[in-house]
Design a protein around this ligand. Structure first.
Ligand code: ARG
Length: 467
């Protein structure tokens, strides 16, 4: 290497073939450092491991390895203390670290890129980074699930109207509702666990596309970097972004879960419902209307979901029709997945805070329990007296219609009217107009019954403990 290598006015690593420099616009257009800087930790780990592997092949001496290790340690420190200087020639994080290493230790640094390409380096970095992020996101999801279980325990007996088509449908326990989100998120947890073995594969050694010409011990690399397996085919290793698609799908799925529940709570926090009130810490006011307290935290979760779905789509479209193996298009993959991770991590924490501090207006929930919600129970009552369900459904429909026409809730309709609609009705029918009864009868596993919900809570706690 000539002295240019350590010159502050460092040429681009690939500039040998070029007569002219890039225009400043091209330089900016080409650079990904502002996005992939967050791979610094992973890139340093990959460099440590790669240097060790190069010693085994005889490319580096033990002394050179020592220089490299010291240099990398210093670079790591610079990142940790926020003192790492990015220069205009640093196209991406890989070039920046190699440039700095060579600056620090000279020739040995200029040997680090032997037998590898940024193509295998970048996917290795991303896999390493995503493994870490997967663990963090699992933890954030766990914390949210924890908050949901705690809240479900606090409101175990609270009865509220449940909705289909956003129309009052049947009475449910508020705890049952909260646990529904717990179990939806549990599926996302399973998706994370399921993805891990496909994420945990080392591509390094695949080179630019054909594999390294140096006898690199890839199993040693995998061991050093904590990967379970090595990739089987270098072409696939370079081109494959399935692990990113799967990852972003899981995140989009979580975000859509959050968005739907956000929507419910937004509706329930309106004056018209008044079931819940968000804590001030998670709400904002209006610049014009002094009386307003808006559920912005939840609205933003819902709003940012649009972005997440756009990013997921971006990643799919990026890959469609892209020739194998590497094209620079792939540089755009990281912007999509990183932004998604940030949004979902924030959203999980915001929703956790909202749930932990949510004020629940039990009185309003009870007040909205309209006796029409007993209609199914009434039909079931006739079924138990031997009437086929389709017929009992029709008879109760007539009861409901009589109530509407006569402005009378179904639990206040006189027995004579019931008798006229069907002689099967007995005075005992009025016993079903009891909210506790309506809950209790749905005590089968998975139902809203008190015992069922108790079991759901116990199971949820076991799942939290096991994880
Ligand atoms: N910054 C690039 C990326 O993120 C690294 C790989 C560059 N490879 C190449 N052949 N130019 O994809």
């Amino acid at each position: 290497m000539n002295s240019n290598v350590t010159n502050a006015d460092w040429q681009k690593a690939w500039s040998g073939r070029f007569e002219k420099k890039n225009t400043p616009l091209m330089e900016r257009f080409n650079a990904s450092i502002s996005i992939d800087i967050r791979l610094w930790w992973a890139d340093i780990q990959v460099n440590f491991a790669w240097a060790k592997a190069l010693v085994k092949t005889g490319v580096l001496t033990g002394k050179e390895l020592e220089f490299i290790q010291n240099g990398l340690q210093q670079i790591q420190q610079e990142f940790e203390t926020d003192t790492f200087q990015i220069t205009p020639s640093d196209e991406d994080i890989h070039m920046a670290i190699e440039r700095r290493l060579t600056e620090l230790i000279g020739e040995a640094g200029a040997k680090i890129h032997t037998g590898r390409s940024r193509n295998d380096q970048v996917v290795t970095d991303v896999r390493l980074y995503l493994k870490r992020k997967l663990g963090e996101l699992q933890k954030l999801t766990r914390q949210f699930q924890q908050a949901l279980v705690e809240s479900a325990q606090n409101y175990r007996q609270l009865i509220m109207p449940g909705y289909t088509h956003l129309q009052p449908a049947q009475a449910i326990l508020f705890s049952h509702y909260l646990l529904s989100l717990f179990y939806a998120l549990e599926r996302d947890q399973n998706r994370f666990r399921d993805l891990l073995p496909r994420l945990d594969i080392l591509p390094l050694g695949a080179g630019a596309l054909a594999g390294s010409a140096f006898a690199i011990d890839r199993n040693l690399l995998a061991n050093e970097l904590g990967f379970q397996k090595i990739s089987e085919n270098s072409i696939d290793a370079i081109s494959d972004r399935d692990f990113m698609l799967e990852f972003i799908y899981i995140l989009a799925q979580i975000q859509v879960h959050l968005s739907r529940y956000a929507e419910d709570l937004i509706i329930w926090s309106s004056a018209e419902f008044g079931f819940v009130e968000l804590d001030d810490a998670w709400s904002t006011g209006s610049s014009m209307m002094p009386q307003k307290k808006n559920p912005d935290s939840l609205e933003l979760i819902r709003g940012k979901t649009a972005r997440v779905l756009g990013l997921q789509n971006q990643l799919f479209v990026l890959l469609k029709g892209l020739p194998l193996t590497y094209s620079k298009d792939l540089q755009e993959d990281k912007a999509a997945i990183f932004a998604t991770i940030d949004i979902v991590a924030d959203s999980l924490q915001v929703f956790t805070g909202v749930i932990e501090s949510l004020k629940v207006n039990e009185g309003r929930m009870k007040a909205r329990l309209d006796s029409a919600l007993f209609a199914t129970d009434l039909a079931d009552y006739l079924v138990k007296k031997g009437i086929p369900f389709r017929k009992s459904h029709h008879l109760v429909g007539q009861v409901v219609r009589w109530g509407i026409e006569n402005h009378c809730p179904i639990d206040k309709i006189p027995f004579e009217v019931y008798e006229q609609i069907s002689p099967v009705f007995e005075r005992s029918l009025y016993e079903i107009f009891d909210w506790k009864h309506s809950i209790e009868v749905r005590d089968l596993p998975g139902g809203t019954g008190f015992n069922s919900v108790k079991q759901q809570i116990e199971k949820a706690k076991r799942l939290l403990e096991e994880s």
